[in-house]
Design a binder for this molecule. Structure first.
Ligand SMILES: Cc1ncc(COP(=O)(O)O)c(C=O)c1O
Length: 405
């Protein structure tokens, strides 16, 4: 084994593809121009590279180059989409709908808007992690200006029925934004077919660089307008001022191009490795539960709860493997994942969950090693668990009367 742990946390971030780095390097060195410098060759070269990237990103999601706005990442894209619509369409309405399982970059943006008089509906999700379309339909009002539902979830990988949500929004003339950070480059995304009006992307989730992202803003039927959230030189059609991060943008474009070309093959390989991991864990361990539906899911995601095992203890036991647990370490306390809780999972199930995120550079050998390691550590930890022992002895824990001393 290498000195570094095996990296299976590809939803948190992905390594930079060496081909992406090769594309970026010239723009740190001799081609350092400002893309807004219109009066000399340094600027023209940079601008041309930026426009090429815009086209590469657009091609990945079925958009046109002019509809791509560069940002510093998906957190900014999400902020710009939601706050930009709320301000621009304030006269039309003041109601936004999102879901309880969204990323904090959506939820906290909405919370901020609530302080400014916007009404926000946080739709619950079903036990399988998916939004209920009937509940969404019922939540739409004459004042609804925006629906923001993520394409695929970053913890449990479930893929929302975005096409159907898009149809619903289109019929009612309501804008649809989707945080497609985890989906883009992993599964086909088509803004036209799905009636998506705004879509957020991030470089570092698809083997591109960190600190660069994009927002797709539809230009036709309807032409979406946004109030800029940053004042300055009026870059990016006035929606996002600031000198463009040319190397980062070139990297994002190259990453999108590679993802588009390799997705059919790569998604099959991801699903094969993921299913191999799942099948072994499920076959060799009992009291083990998959969080979120397997029917509508990213090919590289697996989220499993190992009952009677603390996720944090499991992480320590498999310290040569980099994965995430469903306990988010916030300040001094271990908070169970709000995503898993939204699925109806109890604190124990949330605390005992592990997210596996398989990526482009993982090998079958690595996945086999991780499966074996997790199985042996879970078995060892359960040997120390009185609760697990009681369950194995046939005791129904829900009927036990616990006494506190
Ligand atoms: C679903 C989702 N949205 C948004 C973000 C934030 O992206 P960025 O790191 O580019 O700001 C992430 C990454 O953590 C994510 O997984």
């Amino acid at each position: 084994m290498s000195a570094m742990p095996i990296y299976l946390d590809n939803h948190a971030t992905t390594p930079l593809d060496p081909r992406v780095l090769d594309a970026m390097i010239p723009f740190f060195k001799e081609q350092f121009g400002n893309a807004a410098s219109r009066n000399h060759a340094f600027g023209w070269v940079a601008e041309e590279a930026v426009e090429k990237s815009r086209q590469q990103i657009a091609s990945l999601i079925g958009a046109t180059a002019k509809e791509i706005i560069f940002t510093s990442g998906a957190t900014e894209s999400n902020n710009l989409a939601i706050k930009g619509v709320a301000e621009m369409y304030a006269e039309r309405g003041n109601h936004i709908i999102t879901a309880a399982t969204e990323h904090k970059a959506i939820l906290d943006t909405c919370k901020r808007l609530e302080k400014n008089g916007i009404r926000v509906t946080y739709l619950p999700v079903q036990a399988n992690g998916l939004v209920d379309l009937d509940m969404l339909r019922e939540a739409l009002t004459g004042k609804t200006i925006l629906v923001s539902i993520m394409y695929a979830n970053n913890e449990i990988g479930v893929v929302q029925p975005i096409g159907e949500i898009g149809k619903l929004c289109k019929e009612r003339g309501i804008l649809l934004h989707t945080d497609a950070v985890q989906a883009a480059g992993k599964i086909p995304v088509d803004v036209l077919a799905d009636n998506i009006d705004l879509l957020s992307l991030s470089g570092h989730k698809l083997y591109g660089p960190k600190g660069v992202g994009a927002l797709y803003v539809r230009r036709r039927s309807p032409r979406v307008q946004l109030t800029a959230q940053m004042d300055g030189g009026g870059h990016e059609r006035g929606m996002r001022s600031g000198t463009l991060n040319v190397p980062g943008i070139v990297g994002l474009g190259a990453a999108c191009e590679i993802a588009r070309q390799e997705m059919p093959e790569e998604s099959k390989r991801m699903a094969y490795l993921r299913d191999k991991l799942k099948d072994r864990l499920m076959a060799e361990l009992d009291e083990t539960f998959i969080n979120g539906t397997m029917e509508s899911r990213l090919p590289n995601n697996l989220n499993i709860s190992f009952a009677y095992v603390e996720g944090e203890s499991l992480l320590m036991g498999i310290n040569d493997v980099a994965v995430s647990s469903g306990s988010a370490c916030t300040s001094a306390t271990l908070e169970p994942s709000y995503v898993l809780k939204a699925l109806g999972a109890g604190d124990e199930i949330a605390h005992s969950s592990i997210r596996f995120g398989i990526g482009r550079f993982n090998t079958e050998q690595e996945v086999d090693y991780v499966a074996g390691k997790v199985i042996s550590v879970v078995k060892k930890l359960r040997e120390l668990s009185p609760l697990y022992e009681m369950v194995k002895e046939g005791i129904d824990l829900s009927k036990v009367e616990w006494t506190a001393h």
